[in-house]
Each structure stands twice: as structure tokens, then as C-alpha cells.
Design a protein around this ligand. Structure first.
Ligand code: GLC
Ligand code: CA
Length: 548
């Protein structure tokens, strides 16, 4: 007998939900200008309903000069004409509701665009009422306040000769940091959020939220002393007035502060995106471009730590991919011979754990990384890195290798809908080239194949909704030191889920961590047959369900 989640349970809706991330400019173009848009998303809602997701996290669609693809907002209360209008956004929110899909808006609150009205005012004079909305330092053009660096290269300080001052920016020069110490800034932000809540959104994703409480004088960017105070006020003034999902992006999260961020009392967010697993294939203390092989044992330990330490006192988000990360099947799976098997294995490993899973557009098709020449990249981070490293004397070949492996544009190529021209994304040349493998890898063909990655994700989503143990079961890791296998259970009273995944391209025989009774159910598996329970072929993955 399986436990069915009843409506009466007091579980917040986002605990048994699966979220789908859309990068709007690359999802579906509806007016054939080569750029994805809101009407395009509306057209594709039936596809998302079929997949079974509960909410869409929409990367930013607000008005923006697009220096960082919309993560530089010049008007938080309007839609960029490239994506449509405010009416289109309302239409999306309302139409999605009919499909039982909620819309999660991406809030970029650490910084605005330098073309935002506030910054244009702030720059006019030191006495302008908006001056204090940003972070300024007096100085001289040849002596920066300190040597802090911006994430997209160069100094974090930009000189404004008219004011004889520097302003602070953690990202590009077109993304000045907002001054959260100023209560007026915070009030403006809360009012803007309440305005979005009135439009009926289902939640918010909070961009680099752990960086809002910076203290540039002390070189502090993330986890500043006032961070949780600010977040609690933000939550009290806004989110707590609705039934929302909120997820903060926090590169500086650890299991201790994640318990605050995702405190079940609702005082901060529903959960955070933490990135400890994401950094495991780079050289320690260096940048993401400084590649190292994935430490698989560490990966297991990291998941183990997050799963056990947040149990009952926090909530995990589960993800492999997003618009800033390479495609997981290319990164830690196998994007050639075992693309299908490894994509399904990675999905199994992730969706079996406790937390809210996020699927990044195209992940459900096993979309892969790309290998472009430098002129085909569009991402500001990638382009800046290329020039910076060339100047520093790195070999071009080495730089391009890092870009092929890690560039954010790997995730940003257009969604592969069909084998038609431009992959069914548009009828014209898109803003960024399409991955040439769209002829083999596309939604149309997978929808016709019952064994496709698409239907595997669909099934995982259905299982999570059917068996409450996916939501509540306690996590135990087995075979910790095994170099190839990740095996864990989730247990809830007398119920057990056993998840076994072979992470590598070899066949392995293992000692099963616990015995599987004969009256078990094999809930899902990425091979159609099974040799025996203790033999796992390349990338083989299974989830068993049984009673103790
Ligand atoms: C976040 C976004 C990323 C953006 C950066 C600055 O990390 O996910 O795309 O460039 O913040 O807003
Ligand atoms: Ca368009």
C-alpha cells in the first residue's frame, strides 16, 4: 500500500512540486525576430503540462538594456519589449493558472541597471535624493577605494568624473549595486514586490541574494552582517502576505546559514540554491574555468551532508542545471554513446532526494553543451573571460577548452523543439546559434518515443506526487567510498525507497547495501531489463520501493 498525499495535509504546496526553469530568450520565439518571448511560452504551456511540472521560474523579463541578458533591470514594473508587454505577462500568469502552473518571477535586487531611473538620478549629484540608493566612494581617478574585483572581470569600482566618486558593482559596470542599508531602497523594493504579488505570481527567485548586505569597506560581499536581518524584513513585508514559493540564490550558502534561509517557520525563504556540489570540478581556490576532474566521492558526501543536516529543520532545492551552468549530461554524464542512459541516471539520482527539484529547459530532453568559436558566444562573462585570459598570456586553446566545458552559453542555446529549420524555435536566425544536434535531439521526436528522456522525467515527477516518502523520507547514504556507485535510501516508518545509480561508463557488481524483499516494486529504471539486482551496467539507475 502506498501512502497518497492528501489535500488535507499541511504540507506547503512547493514541497511536493517540481519547478521548470525557462530562459525566455531561448525558449520559444512567437513573432520571428529570433528571440524567445512571452507569447512563445504561452504556446508551449501544453508541453509543460504534459511534463507535469507545477511552476515555471522565469529568468528576468523586465525592461533591461540586456547587458547581462536581463539580469540588469532598468524598470522592475514593466516588461522588456523584446519579450512582449505587461498584458502578455498577465496573460501568461492567467493562462498558466488554467494548466495548474504557477509563475515564479526572478527578482534581481542586489543591483539594478545603470539605466534604471534611480541610477540616472543618483548620478546627477551627491545631494540628489537617489544618490544614496547606490554605494559611492570619494576618491581620485588613479586610486581605487580598494582592490575588490567584479565577477565579470576588472575592478568592482567605476569612476564617475562628474561626481569625483566611484560606484560599486559586483557584476558588470552596467550593474551598480543597490545600497540595502538605505531604508528607502528597501521600501521601494517591497512595494514593487507587492505589486507583482497583486498580479498573481506564484513566487520569486532571488538573484544573488546573499550579496545584498555587502560591506565594501571591509571587502565583504556575501554573507554580510545584516544579511538575515534584511531578508527577514523583506519576507515579513512581502512574501509572508501570500502563499508563495521563494528561493534565494546563495553561492555562499552552507548548511548552517541554509537553516536560517529555509527555516520552516517561514521567516526567510522557502529554500535556497546552494552550489557546493557545483564547484566540485574546479581547482580548489581557483575559478570555475580552472578545470579539475569531478571528485565523485566528494559529490556524494556533499549531498549526504545537505540531505541529513537540513532534515526536519530546512529544505533543499535540487538541481543540476540552470542558465549559468553547463549541461549536466555533458558535464558529469556521457553525451555520446550513453547520452540517454546517463541523462536518466542523473535525473534519478537528483529526484530521489529530499527537496524541490528544478528542471532547466531542455534538461528533460538531454540537451548537450556546444562547442562554438569565440565569435558565436553571446555571454558577457564568457567574452570578458576570453579577453582577460588572452591578455594574461593563457593559450587560446586552453581558454576555449574551458569555455566549451563551462560557458553559460552552453545552457542558453535555443530550445530544440523539432528537426525543422531553427529547431522549431523560430523561423529566422536566432540571437545565438542552435546546437547542431537538434536534428537528433528534440522534443518532437522524444514525445513519440515512450522510452525517451522526456517520459522518464514525466514518470519521476508522477512518482514524487504519488509516494509521499519522496517528500518526507529520511536520507541514508550507503557505499560512501564506492568510486562509481551512489546508493541511498529514504525511509519513512516501515516504507523504504532504495535509489541505486551507477555514475560511470563501466559495469559494476556491488554488495547491495540492504536486502530487497521479493515483494518489492521497481518504481523506475533506465534499462528495460535487469541482469540481477547487484549488477549495474553503464549509468544504470533504479529506484525500488518496499516495506521493511
Ligand atoms: C546570478 C544570475 C546570473 C547573473 C548574476 C548577476 O548569478 O543567475 O545569470 O549574471 O546573478 O545578476
Ligand atoms: Ca520574439
Amino acid at each position: 500500500m502506498q501512502t497518497i498525499i492528501t489535500k488535507a495535509s499541511s504540507l506547503p504546496w512547493w514541497k511536493n512540486s517540481v519547478i521548470y526553469q525557462i530562459y525566455p530568450r531561448s525558449f520559444q520565439d512567437s513573432n520571428n525576430d529570433g528571440i524567445g518571448d512571452l507569447q512563445g511560452i504561452i504556446q508551449r504551456l501544453p508541453y509543460l503540462e504534459k511534463l507535469g511540472i507545477d511552476a515555471i521560474w522565469l529568468s528576468p523579463v523586465c525592461r533591461s538594456p540586456q547587458d547581462d541578458n536581463g539580469y540588469d533591470i532598468s524598470d522592475y514594473q514593466d516588461i522588456d519589449p523584446m519579450f512582449g508587454t505587461l498584458e502578455d505577462m498577465d496573460k501568461l500568469i492567467q493562462t498558466a493558472k488554467k494548466y495548474n502552473i504557477r509563475i515564479i518571477v526572478d527578482l534581481v535586487l542586489n543591483h539594478s541597471s545603470d539605466e534604471h531611473r534611480w541610477f540616472l538620478e543618483a548620478k546627477k549629484s551627491k545631494t540628489n535624493p537617489y544618490h544614496d540608493y547606490y554605494i559611492w566612494k570619494d576618491g581620485t581617478p588613479d586610486e581605487k577605494p580598494n582592490d575588490m574585483l567584479a565577477a565579470f572581470g576588472g575592478s568592482a569600482w567605476e569612476w564617475v568624473p562628474e561626481l569625483q566618486q566611484y560606484y560599486f558593482h559586483q557584476f558588470s559596470v552596467k550593474q551598480p549595486d543597490l545600497n540595502w542599508e538605505n531604508p528607502k531602497v528597501r521600501r521601494e523594493i517591497y512595494d514593487m514586490i507587492l505589486w507583482w504579488m497583486d498580479r498573481g505570481v506564484g513566487g520569486f527567485r532571488l538573484d544573488v541574494i546573499d550579496q545584498i548586505a555587502k560591506e565594501p569597506d571591509q571587502g565583504i560581499t556575501s554573507n554580510g552582517p545584516h544579511l538575515h536581518e534584511f531578508i527577514q524584513e523583506l519576507s515579513r513585508e512581502t512574501f509572508q502576505k501570500g502563499d508563495l514559493i521563494t528561493v534565494g540564490e546563495a553561492w555562499g550558502a552552507n548548511t548552517e546559514n541554509a537553516k536560517l534561509y529555509s527555516n520552516p517557520d517561514g521567516s526567510e525563504f522557502s529554500m535556497v540554491f546552494q552550489f557546493e556540489h557545483i564547484g566540485l570540478d574546479q581547482q580548489e581556490g581557483k575559478e570555475k574555468w580552472d578545470l579539475a576532474p569531478l571528485d565523485f566521492i566528494k559529490l556524494k558526501n556533499v549531498f549526504h551532508k545537505w540531505q541529513t543536516q537540513l532534515y526536519g529543520c530546512g529544505w533543499n532545492s535540487l538541481f543540476w542545471d540552470n542558465h549559468d551552468l553547463p549541461r549536466i549530461v555533458s558535464r558529469w554524464g556521457n553525451d555520446s554513446e550513453y547520452r540517454v542512459e546517463s541523462a536518466k541516471m542523473l535525473a534519478t539520482l537528483l529526484h530521489g532526494m529530499q527537496g524541490t527539484p528544478y528542471i532547466y529547459q531542455g534538461e528533460e530532453l538531454g540537451m548537450t553543451n556546444v562547442c562554438y568559436d569565440i565569435q558565436d558566444y553571446r555571454d558577457i562573462e564568457t567574452i570578458n573571460l576570453y579577453h582577460e585570459r588572452l591578455e594574461k598570456g593563457y593559450k587560446e586553446e586552453e581558454i576555449m577548452h574551458s569555455i566549451h566545458v563551462k560557458s553559460r552559453d552552453n545552457a542558453r542555446t535555443p530550445m530544440q523543439w523539432s528537426a525543422n529549420d531553427y529547431a522549431g524555435f523560430s523561423t529566422t536566425e536566432p540571437w545565438i546559434s542552435i546546437n547542431p544536434n537538434y536534428v537528433q535531439i528534440n522534443a518532437e521526436s522524444q514525445l513519440q518515443d515512450p522510452d525517451s528522456i522526456f517520459y522518464y522525467y514525466q514518470k519521476l515527477i508522477q512518482l514524487r506526487k504519488k509516494y509521499s516518502i519522496f517528500i518526507n523520507g529520511q536520507f541514508h547514504l550507503y557505499l560512501d567510498e564506492d568510486p562509481d556507485i551512489m546508493a541511498y535510501t529514504r525511509t519513512l516508518e516501515d516504507e523504504v525507497l532504495l535509489v541505486i545509480c551507477n555514475f560511470h561508463n563501466i559495469t559494476r557488481t556491488i554488495d547491495l547495501p540492504i536486502s530487497i524483499p521479493t515483494d518489492h516494486q521497481l518504481l523506475i529504471s533506465n534499462y528495460s531489463d535487469s541482469i540481477d539486482a547487484s549488477t549495474l551496467r553503464p549509468y544504470e539507475a533504479r529506484i525500488y520501493y518496499f516495506k521493511k
